[in-house]
Design a protein around this ligand. Structure first.
Ligand code: HPA
Length: 260
């Protein structure tokens, strides 16, 4: 597939040829789009070369506009592997961002906390991840992966301090889903050193690294994972928690974009 055609289509819709950064918004975090000024929005299903939108994917739109002084592509809605998209196609938004010369990428997600010291509503910077049972999405199957974003983590902590937003840092466990984990799986993941568990983000971060973009993954803890708390997991919780943190999340990401 030729991404220059995708770009040409979007430029025809009024997008500028070049952006500074891109943001991929996770479940419930679509409210960030209100931070975008002078935005032009195109529904995913109209964009040539994009994966087909599935029912589970609830549509989605790509917006180009200004956040502060930066021109950004904002992806509201993402393509999950569990919806049936091959891993290589879940990273098309990152490849399109690179086609628009984006130099940095912020990827967000909702996840369950494995770490018992974290609480619902916490924001966690992803400093490393695990992805058992997955093949690579980057094409080079034998290459070892060393994901590194130390500078971006440091920068994000500084922004958190400046804005008075508490940030956690930890390791993200990437699972295929779409079912939630068993208690035994969560105990095992904790034993292995994971802090949060979710079904996205890792392919996008790896693709960004491969394409030479700076990258930062931000997790919103929307629930304690299975067995950590007595409460049964409900999908509705995610939206509620995300709504309660949307202001801090928006301020945080907007300021990170200015400094990244
Ligand atoms: N597990 C996996 N994915 C998730 C969770 C969870 O507990 N919460 C939000 N996404």
């Amino acid at each position: 597939m030729n991404l220059s055609e995708t770009k040409a289509f979007l430029v025809g819709k009024g997008f500028s040829e070049s952006v500074d950064a891109a943001v991929i918004l996770g479940s419930g975090l679509g409210g960030f789009t209100t931070m975008v000024e002078n935005g032009i929005s195109v529904p995913y299903q109209e964009i040539p070369g994009f994966p087909e939108v599935t029912v589970a994917g609830h549509g989605g739109e790509l917006i180009q506009g200004m956040v502060g002084d930066k021109r950004v592509l904002v992806y509201s809605g993402r393509f999950h592997h569990y919806e049936g998209h091959p891993l290589e196609r879940t990273v098309i938004p990152v490849r399109v961002a690179s086609e628009f010369n984006a130099k940095s990428l912020v990827v967000s997600n909702a996840a369950g906390s494995i770490n018992t010291r974290f609480s619902v509503g916490d924001l966690m910077l992803i400093d490393d991840f695990m992805r058992f049972g997955f093949k690579s999405s980057t094409g080079n199957e034998m290459a070892s992966t060393r994901y590194s974003n130390n500078n971006e983590i440091k920068l994000a902590h500084k922004v958190g301090l400046d804005l008075g937003i508490q940030l956690r840092q930890g390791t993200y466990m990437f699972v295929k889903g779409p079912v939630y984990e068993t208690s035994a799986e969560i105990r095992a993941f904790r034993y292995l050193g994971a802090d949060a568990v979710g079904m996205s983000t890792v392919p996008e971060l790896l693709e960004a690294q491969k394409l030479g973009l700076k990258s930062l993954g931000i997790t919103l803890i929307t629930n304690m994972s299975t067995g950590v708390s007595k409460q049964k997991l409900e999908h509705g919780e995610i939206k509620e928690v995300a709504d309660s943190r949307k202001e801090d999340f928006g301020r945080l990401v907007a300021e990170i974009l200015q400094r990244m």
